[in-house]
Design a protein around this ligand. Structure first.
Ligand SMILES: [Zn+2]
Length: 286
């Protein structure tokens, strides 16, 4: 699933091409994309509007349109946004869910094999804020994501640190890849209860999350299976993974084989020498 660096890569690619252009045509070919809104309603709200800015919040991409209209899209498992010339657009293209035609003659296609991707039209900044406030916590590449902020979020929580990192309502945009990589950098085992981490460990985790996401953006995201850039190219962060998907390979720090385990219901990769396991609870004396 695309995470923050993948969506930010798409945003950076689309922004110069889309900003200032008018959406001349919008065709929602798969009603599931915009449920519970009807496709015609979404098409009418978007058609003829100028795109003022391409934004991002967590894993959501936002087209900010004239008159304070916002199209908020989520790629979920297998969604991709592809930019093509109108003359190259095959109308029978497989897995096409939404087609947007720009006044420049280009088209933006939402293509999605598994059809979990979504689009929602929000009218006004208040509606946009309410939508994100209900779903997303702090933006990890914003100035608000400090060591103190992370300590406040973690305080008193017993959840394993990996599931904490994956909770979008606490930290927006971190998914399975970047959580594994950040925990390895911070030398924290994914099953440690987040509220039991020392302040210095949480400070290291904050820095590791930021460094990992920035490194992902530098590599233009990771392509493991479906993720593609708007021009169809692949990201390269998968070539720089330290532990993720490297079961059995030597740890880049100590050489011990990387182990795969399950945390937060996800395949999780660790070096249990660099990331010591949580201590088993002592038996209560009789
Ligand atoms: Zn190691």
């Amino acid at each position: 699933m695309p995470e923050l660096p993948e969506v930010e890569t798409i945003r950076r690619q689309l922004a110069p091409v889309l900003a200032g252009r008018v959406l001349e045509g919008v065709e929602v070919l798969d009603g599931r994309w915009c449920e519970p809104a009807a496709p015609a309603e979404v098409e009418d709200a978007l058609r003829g509007r100028r795109i003022e800015r391409v934004g991002r919040r967590g894993k959501y991409l936002v087209l900010e349109l004239h008159d304070d209209v916002h199209l908020v899209m989520h790629l979920r498992m297998t969604g991709n946004l592809l930019l093509v010339h109108a003359e190259n657009d095959d109308p029978a293209r497989q897995h096409l869910r939404v087609r947007m035609t720009l006044d420049s003659g280009k088209r933006l296609l939402f293509v999605d094999v598994r059809r979990f991707g979504t689009g929602a039209v929000l009218l006004g900044a208040d509606a946009r804020h309410a939508y994100f406030d209900a779903r997303l916590g702090v933006e990890p590449l914003s100035p608000g994501f400090t060591g103190d902020a992370l300590r406040a979020l973690a305080r008193g929580r017993r959840a394993p640190v990996k599931s904490f990192l994956l909770s979008q309502e606490r930290i927006a945009g971190v998914g399975n890849i970047y959580a594994d990589e950040a925990l390895f950098r911070a030398r924290i085992h994914p099953l440690r209860p987040v509220g039991a981490l020392r302040p210095a460990q949480l400070g290291a985790l904050r820095d590791a999350v930021v460094a990992t996401l920035e490194s992902g953006i530098d590599s233009r995201g990771a392509t493991i299976d479906d993720f593609r850039h708007a021009d169809g190219a692949r990201g390269s962060f998968q070539d720089r993974f330290l532990v993720h998907r490297r079961e059995g390979a030597p740890c880049p720090v100590c050489g011990r084989p990387i182990k795969k385990l399950r945390a937060a219901g996800r395949g999780t990769y660790v070096c249990e020498r660099c990331q010591p396991k949580p201590r088993a609870r002592r038996p209560v004396p009789a």
